[in-house]
Design a protein around this ligand. Sequence first.
Ligand SMILES: Cc1cc2nc3c(=O)[nH]c(=O)nc-3n(C[C@H](O)[C@H](O)[C@H](O)COP(=O)(O)OP(=O)(O)OC[C@H]3O[C@@H](n4cnc5c(N)ncnc54)[C@H](O)[C@@H]3O)c2cc1C
Length: 508
Amino acid sequence: MDEQYDVVVVGSGIGGLVAALTCARSGQSVLVLEAGKQFGGYTNPFARKKFNFDPGLHYIGQCQRGGSFRRLLDRLGLEHVDFAELDPDGFDHYVFPDYDVKNCKGLDRFRDRLAADFPRERRGLDRFFKLIEDVDYTLSNAMKVRSARAGLSMARRLPSVLRWSRASLGDCLDHYFTEPQLKAALAGPVGDLGLPPSRMSAWMHMALLAHYAGGAFVPRGGAGHLRDAFVEALEGHGAMLLRNRRVEQILYDGQQVRGVRTAKGETFGATQVISNASATATYGMVGEDHLPRRLMRKLRNTEYSYGSICIFMGVDGALDTSQIGSTNVWNYDSTDIDALFSEQAMGDYRNIGGYFLTVPTNKDPGGGLAPEGMQTVEIVALCGHEPFASWYGEKSMKRGEDYEALKADIADHFIERAEKHLPGLSDHVVLREVGTPATNVSYTLAPEGSAYGLAHTVDQTPPFRFGARAPLDGLYLCGASVISAGIVACAASGRMAAKYALQDAGTA
Ligand SMILES: Cc1cc2nc3c(=O)[nH]c(=O)nc-3n(C[C@H](O)[C@H](O)[C@H](O)COP(=O)(O)OP(=O)(O)OC[C@H]3O[C@@H](n4cnc5c(N)ncnc54)[C@H](O)[C@@H]3O)c2cc1C
């Protein structure tokens, strides 16, 4: 071995950073190996002509005082990471041809807003929102029941929660409601986890709605500030972080993990490896010979989420974005979100019937995201990965004329569509850049260019995702394959993986 550590962390997305810092703060010697040129995975920002963009963080929940992400950061000594709150009266705006509604801080308020628009559905709304609360309580506390009172509270909720454990969001909405507009509004943020209602796990969607109950936030100064806080804290605790180090092999001797080998041929010894790579990539690095048959079957059947198209724009200050403010706009061409996100529609960007529009500079005006007097605007849409697959693995900016022409068409198409919400947008764009599933592969090694890792289907909902503790001694997983996609869920998975590692090392 070239060097020996207590723990090697493979990948520096938010899951890997949390895992690494948790171990380093417990006195473990930690090495973080990142394949990319920069640390952070989807929290790594990029800049063009002094405009700064965050590809993988447009809003997160649980940053309010007492919120789970705030508490996690505080426990890791990152009290100084600060957040700006999106409009509490409407952080999301779901817009359909014949209905629109804003989701707001406080699930009760959102419920009452919907009930005012759909009075005949009041009873269903009361029951559905009670279910959201029960699902959230159960998923958040399943591992933590320590008192008889908590056990009783859990037991009271379990029957209704378990009833929907194997249901799709579509089934659940059809059970409680009749109005198509109401069902569509409740499915409004479905793009956050990247599946249409008929395929999305009801549990996962309800957990998503509960996630934003305390409001929505962005890190002040952008996701890069969050990433940098982790990197500085890791260095402060003596951890070693190396970029441009793609791990190719996790060394396992049939009994115990022994370390990793990088593509450059270096070997780093450790009896604990925490992988922030996808589950398929992680187990691929161990090698089939060492994997139990059941795990092999699960890996073969693993399904990844849709990819994403992002249009990042630098815009001059003359464009009036005040009507959008800090709210995210989810524009849908119809209330039939299943049809809009069908496999067929996803195969061609011109047929994609929904997109997300945001003005990051309105969310964090003092964050230095744009030069003085300028603004940033971003559009995100889900898309199939096949149309982009031929460019996977090719270097960014060097994918050739066809790719550049496709990116230009995509930008034109979505910018024209977004004029509905930002009239005159195309005349004010001073810079534009387009990300595709091929970008996700280049910057985060995302399987199939997926935006959200493992698809959030019923069959891939916890406890049927991948465990943070692998069935091989010394190997742990974190990131989107474990609990769910999303910054906060991936961070929680990093904490979980590290805690298992520390327990197993006898240092917890
Ligand atoms: C367009 C888009 C918008 C999004 N918006 C939001 C949002 O608003 N809010 C939100 O909460 N979430 C959002 N997400 C999702 C969120 O960004 C991700 O779910 C989350 O950041 C994933 O974290 P992770 O821990 O899985 O690591 P990732 O960010 O996936 O990073 C994994 C890292 O591991 C590295 N790696 C992989 N394999 C190896 C290897 N073999 N050797 C070394 N390094 C390796 C990769 O290079 C990468 O840096 C968005 C995602 C996308 C694509």
